[in-house]
Ligand binder design. Structure first.
Ligand code: ADE
Ligand code: ZN
Length: 345
């Protein structure tokens, strides 16, 4: 492993836009909480649980991910999960995060919306005050559930509207196209939420089109499959629609089992607004630094390309323009300092 490259990435100011809080649940923490909450998990040890993290596709992962989330019961559990995550990415010099949570994963098993979001908001607030990070929260609808269930979730979120920046769409993609949620997204848009959707992870390029044309999203999560459709690529590039890529997730879920064939470099060549994120780091083997490093090594990215990717993430965020500029200036200052020290990657 190239030590210069590793330390360059470690110090780079970073921005996380594609992170499921439930996917940051480390096995050790899950076991500790299961014991505390007296919830049974179907694995006899942490090692056995980790061994189960071999996925042939998205669904195999989701089954384990939803089972793991059942250990979260109390507001303090959600706060602890969030706070541990924030500390961890702060240590990697992640400066800004926009994190997802899946309310239905919790409300459907009798945990109140207020319990989940109350704890998460406390964790995020603690990171703002104690770690100086900026952070916002996005709630995702589970696309394998019905439109009616998504509407009910939007309703449950009403008292928390001021604390939720946007809505997303995740879970089992194939067979659950964005069109299924056109009316829910129209309502969320009316209520002033920012909009995004997972599309083109396992699903076809057409799902990305639907997310743009029917859901009117501002950002696409994943979007890998856009490369199958030249007209779509041209549109995404012209409109500079952000695509939040997750390399280690793509590797582990067999979306792109060989990272040397990952589309990221070609996406940069055709001027797509792409950036690197971690999706479900506790399940896929790494947080922000590991994802940057995996791409840099697999695609032989140079320092300028890595800097562009970090800047793209801040550009793709929902921060106010002035705050975006501040973070972009931080990235530039870091790149200059690194070159002045005579270090190249
Ligand atoms: N929920 C958590 N991670 C996800 C992913 N990679 N795709 C769809 N839904 C998810
Ligand atoms: Zn995701």
């Amino acid at each position: 492993m190239d030590k210069h490259l590793q330390s360059f990435i470690a110090g780079l100011p970073k921005c996380e836009l594609h992170l499921h809080l439930e996917g940051s649940f480390e096995p050790e923490h899950m076991f500790e909480m299961a014991r505390r909450n007296q919830v049974e998990i179907p694995y006899s040890s942490i090692e056995e649980l980790k061994k189960a993290y071999q996925f042939a596709n998205l669904q195999e992962f989701l089954d384990i991910y939803y089972a793991g989330a059942q250990v979260l019961l109390h507001e303090a559990d959600f706060e602890e999960l969030t706070w541990r995550y924030m500390q961890r990415v702060h240590a990697e010099n992640t400066r800004h995060v926009e994190v997802f949570f899946d309310p239905q994963t919790h409300t459907d098993r009798g945990v109140a919306f207020a319990t989940a979001i109350g704890g998460i908001l406390k964790g995020l607030e603690r990171a703002r005050t104690e770690l100086g990070m900026s952070a916002s929260l996005i709630m995702s609808f589970l696309r394998h559930l019905s439109e009616k269930a998504a509407f009910a979730t939007l309703e449950k979120a009403r008292p928390w509207r001021a604390h939720i920046l946007g809505v997303g769409l995740d879970s089992s993609e194939l067979g659950n196209p964005p069109s299924k949620f056109e009316r829910v997204f129209a309502k969320a848009r009316e209520e002033g939420y920012l909009l995004m959707a997972h599309a083109g992870e396992e699903g076809p390029a057409d799902y990305i089109r639907e997310a743009l044309d029917l859901l009117k999203v501002h950002r696409i999560d994943h979007g890998n499959r856009c490369m199958d459709d030249d007209l779509l690529v041209a549109e995404l590039s012209r409109k500079q629609v952000p695509l939040t890529l997750c390399p280690l997730s793509n590797e582990k879920l067999q979306v792109c089992p060989d990272l040397s064939k990952h589309p990221l470099k070609n996406m940069l060549k055709v001027n797509l607004l792409v950036s690197i994120h971690s999706d479900d780091p506790a399940y896929f083997g790494g947080y922000m630094n590991a994802n940057y490093l995996a791409m840099a090594e697999a695609l032989d990215l140079n320092k300028d390309e890595i800097i562009d990717l970090a800047k793209n993430a801040f550009r793709s965020s929902f921060l106010e323009e002035a705050q975006k500029e501040e973070y972009l200036a931080e990235v530039e200052a870091y790149a200059r300092r690194f070159s002045e020290k005579g270090m190249s990657v």
